[in-house]
Design a binder for this molecule. Structure first.
Ligand code: GLU
Length: 437
C-alpha cells in the first residue's frame, strides 16, 4: 500500500502487518515528527506512533462514545429555577480542558454546554455559569494570579452573594492557591471550592466528573471556607473537602493525592448520594454578605527555602541583596538549619528580612527552644511557624508583607492563627501509620 491517507482529528480502525488492530484518533503531525509515522490517540488515552508502511488496512471508525460517570447520570432540566446557582471559574489544568484533535493542544472546555455534556449530573445540583479566567498550567501561577482571582471572586460575590464558587485549577499548585484565597477572602457568604483532576477527561479512569460533582455539592452547601475538593480514596465512593490552608498534594498520580496534613478535612462528600457530611466541628458557617472582606494583595518578594546539608551560607546574603523581604525556611526536625548559616540569617534579619521557620517533617510543630541551634535561630530573628505547612507559611508571609504595616507586624502575626492555618486544638493523632492498629 502506498502512502495511506489519514486525516487529522478523524477516528480510524487500523490493522498492521504485525497483526495489531488499533482504534484511535489521528493526532496532528508536528514539524519534529518524521513523515513516515502517524500518531494515534487510543481510547484509553495513550498515544501510539505507527510506521505508515506497517499499516495494511484503514477503516473510518465512528466517534468515540463520551467518557463520564454514566452511573451517576440523573436527568434534570438544565435550568431548574429551584436549584442554587454556582459559577465555575476556569484557570487551566487537566480539569478545565480537553484535547483538541484538530490542533493536538489542550483547550479550555468551560462552556456550560461542555460541562453539562461531560457531567450531566451537575444539572441536578446547581444552575451553572462559567467563565474562563486563565488557561495555564498551575506551575505557572504566581502570587499576582492569586490576587486577581481573589479580586474576581470578591467582585462576583458582591454582585451576587447567593452564587457558590468553583475554581477549576491544575493540581500541582492548587493547594497554594487555596491557601492564598483563604487569607485574601474573609467572611464568605458562600462556599468556595477548588477542584482539579489527576487524570485527563479523555482517559476512562478520569476523576474530573466525580470531583466536579463533589465540588458542586460543596459549593451549594453551608461551609463558609475555601476548600480543595478531590477524591477521598481511590474508588468512587467519596470525595473530601480539605481546608485550604492545611491541604497538600501528596502523590504524583493517585486520585486521592490531596490530603489534609496533621489536620482533619472539613467534610466528606458522597456524590452518588448527593450528600455532604461535616467532619470538622469548627468548620466556619456562611456569613452575612455585608461581612465579606477582600485583601487581594500578595508580595512577590518572598522565598521558600528548603534547607539541605551542604547549603551555602552565601545564599542568604544573595537573597537579602536582591531585595527579598521574607524567607520561609523549611528546616529539619523541630526547626533547624546548619549553624554556619546563622550569622548570615542574623545579618539579613537586621536588614529587615522576615524569617519564618517550618519543618520538613510536615507533621508536628516547630519548637526552636529544645536545642541550642533553635535557640540561636530565635535569637538571630527567626520566628517559629508553629505547625503550618511550609507552603502555607510561604503564602501567609507573602500575604502579611502586602497587608500589614511592616516587618514587625508581619512577624507578630506569624504565630497567630488567622484562617485555620495553625491548628488550635490537637485532640487526635493524625499521623499516618501502615497498620493503623
Ligand atoms: N502541571 C499541571 C497543572 O498542575 C498538571 C495538570 C493538572 O494537574 O491539572 O496544571
Amino acid at each position: 500500500m502506498g502512502q495511506p491517507r489519514l486525516e487529522e482529528g478523524k477516528r480510524y480502525r487500523l490493522r498492521t502487518r504485525t497483526g495489531l488492530e488499533l482504534v484511535g484518533t489521528v493526532l496532528p503531525r508536528y514539524e519534529l515528527y518524521d513523515r513516515d509515522h502517524v500518531t494515534l490517540k487510543l481510547d484509553n488515552g495513550y498515544n501510539v506512533g505507527i510506521r505508515l508502511d506497517n499499516i495494511v488496512s484503514i477503516e473510518e471508525a465512528p466517534p468515540k462514545p463520551p467518557a463520564g460517570l454514566t452511573e451517576l447520570r440523573v436527568e434534570a432540566p438544565p435550568e431548574d429555577p429551584r436549584l442554587p446557582r454556582v459559577i465555575i471559574l476556569g484557570t487551566g489544568g487537566t480539569i478545565a480542558s480537553k484535547v483538541d484533535y484538530e490542533t493536538g493542544g489542550v483547550k479550555p472546555t468551560l462552556t456550560v454546554r461542555d460541562i453539562l455534556e461531560a457531567v450531566p449530573e451537575i444539572a441536578g445540583i446547581a444552575r451553572l455559569e462559567t467563565e474562563v479566567l486563565y488557561n495555564i498550567f498551575s506551575e505557572d501561577m504566581e502570587p499576582r494570579h492569586w490576587g486577581e482571582l481573589a479580586e474576581k471572586v470578591a467582585a462576583l460575590l458582591r454582585d451576587d452573594p447567593q452564587r457558590g464558587v468553583i475554581i477549576a485549577h491544575g493540581t500541582d499548585t492548587m493547594a497554594l492557591t487555596a491557601s492564598a484565597l483563604s487569607f485574601a477572602l474573609r467572611g464568605l457568604p458562600v462556599p468556595v471550592a477548588l477542584v482539579g483532576a489527576q487524570r485527563s477527561s479523555d482517559r476512562p479512569s478520569s476523576d474530573s466528573a466525580f470531583n466536579l460533582v463533589a465540588a458542586a455539592l460543596y459549593a451549594t452547601g453551608d461551609i463558609g471556607e475555601v476548600a480543595v475538593v478531590m477524591h477521598g480514596e481511590t474508588g468512587d465512593t467519596y470525595a473530601l473537602a480539605h481546608r485550604g490552608t492545611r491541604v497538600r498534594k501528596m502523590h504524583t498520580s493517585r486520585r486521592d493525592a490531596f490530603q489534609s496534613i496533621d489536620s482533619l478535612p472539613l467534610a466528606r462528600i458522597y456524590p452518588h448520594e448527593k450528600r455532604l457530611e461535616k467532619i470538622r466541628p469548627d468548620a466556619r458557617g456562611l456569613e452575612d454578605p455585608s461581612k465579606l472582606e477582600a485583601y487581594p494583595r500578595f508580595s512577590e518578594d518572598v522565598v521558600l527555602l528548603k534547607f539541605y546539608p551542604g547549603m551555602k551560607p552565601g545564599f542568604i546574603d544573595y537573597l537579602a541583596d536582591q531585595g527579598v523581604r521574607g524567607i520561609v525556611l523549611e528546616g529539619t526536625g523541630l526547626g533547624h538549619v546548619a549553624n554556619k548559616l546563622i550569622p548570615h540569617i542574623r545579618r539579613a534579619s537586621e536588614r529587615g528580612v522576615v524569617f519564618v521557620m517550618t519543618s520538613q517533617c510536615l507533621f508536628g510543630q516547630v519548637n526552636m527552644n529544645v536545642y541550642s541551634t533553635g535557640r540561636r535561630l530565635i535569637e538571630a530573628g527567626v520566628v517559629g511557624g508553629e505547625d503550618m505547612l511550609p507552603e502555607t507559611a510561604y503564602v501567609k508571609l507573602s500575604w502579611l508583607l502586602a497587608n500589614t504595616r511592616g516587618p514587625e507586624e508581619a512577624r507578630s502575626l506569624i504565630p497567630r492563627n488567622l484562617v485555620g492555618e495553625i491548628e488550635e486544638r490537637r485532640t487526635l493523632d493524625l499521623y499516618p501509620r501502615w497498620n493503623h492498629g
